[in-house]
Design a protein around this ligand. Structure first.
Ligand SMILES: C[S@@+](CC[C@H](N)C(=O)[O-])C[C@H]1O[C@@H](n2cnc3c(N)ncnc32)[C@H](O)[C@@H]1O
Length: 275
């Protein structure tokens, strides 16, 4: 079998997906074209609605067998097609959450014939009730004031006060705007904060994450930072160059060298960031 871990393939994911063995993935983070006519240097976001839905079913079906029994599948969509795609996925997997990503778009006019759309819909699906979910890895610390306000004896020693609260299903994280230091040359780059939260909670250290639509490589960067392994596909060779540079840059950050020394069956492959 061709080595696949910690690699991004410049390939149509539907053609490459069978490189991945069945029951292999801890987590899938899929951020496909939304069928909104964006220019990814190919026609992938410009399909007719029915063709888009058929294509979506085909790639979802191809991925499901690759996920471990305790694995998870997150999919980014918008309200236009999430109802149909979520309904389809519910016939194959258990749906755990719909997470609303509030992109914190500033108010600047917009359409006068409808409400401005400022959110994406993230579906969180699993294969079985026995799914991996490490809530402690994503708790949000209480601020000093809240902790102080809870010093009465009934709160003393309460674990939740010390460990923080669990995130809700509404995530307010600013999109990556043109001046953002995180910004790469990709029109729909996702914030690291969002991808990192998903990986922390739904993939154990040393586990394997598939991103079938890598774009600028956000999932690969998050995996390197968090000591997880990745495998991915990106059809546009120019974006593959962006991914390569981004990975090189993150690997050159000295504070991350320690993080890469992980106790994982794939640790010898961690240096193989070829595309
Ligand atoms: C929404 S973007 C992903 C953005 C990514 N999450 C990021 O943070 O940069 C979708 C990507 O899928 C790629 N793509 C479209 N069809 C594809 C296919 N069949 N196989 C692999 N990649 C594809 C596009 O070129 C585009 O870069």
């Amino acid at each position: 079998m061709e080595e696949i871990v910690n690699r991004v393939f410049n390939e149509d994911m539907l053609k490459g997906i069978n490189k991945i063995p069945n029951n292999f993935l801890d987590l899938v983070v899929a951020d496909p074209p939304y069928c909104l006519g964006k220019d990814y240097g190919n026609g992938s976001d410009k399909l007719e609605p029915n063709d888009y839905l058929e294509w979506s079913k085909a790639w979802i079906d191809a991925i499901i067998p690759k996920i471990k029994d305790n694995g998870s599948f997150y999919i980014f969509l918008t309200w236009q097609y999430s109802p149909e795609i979520f309904s389809y996925m519910k016939t194959k997997l258990l749906m755990i959450n719909e997470i609303i990503w509030d992109r914190r778009v500033p108010s600047m006019g917009g359409s006068t014939r409808k409400f401005s759309s400022v959110h994406d819909n993230i579906g969180f699906f699993v294969k079985s009730k026995n799914y991996y979910f490490d809530i402690d890895a994503v708790r949000i610390p209480y601020d000093k004031e809240t902790k102080k306000a809870r010093t009465r004896s009934i709160f003393v020693g309460k674990k939740w006060l010390e460990v923080g609260y669990n995130p809700k299903d509404l995530w307010s994280v600013a999109r990556i705007h043109a001046e953002d230091p995180e910004r790469e040359n990709h029109p729909t780059q996702k914030p690291l904060d969002i991808i990192e939260r998903i990986i922390r909670v739904s993939c154990p250290e040393g586990g394997v994450v598939l991103d079938p639509f890598m774009g600028s490589g956000t999932t690969a960067v998050a995996c390197i930072k968090l000591r997880r392994n990745y495998v991915g596909f990106e059809i546009n060779p120019e974006y593959c160059e962006v991914i390569k540079k981004r990975i090189k840059r993150i690997k050159s950050e000295p504070s991350l060298f320690a993080a890469i020394e992980i106790n994982s069956p794939y640790k010898n492959l961690v240096g193989m960031y070829d595309i």
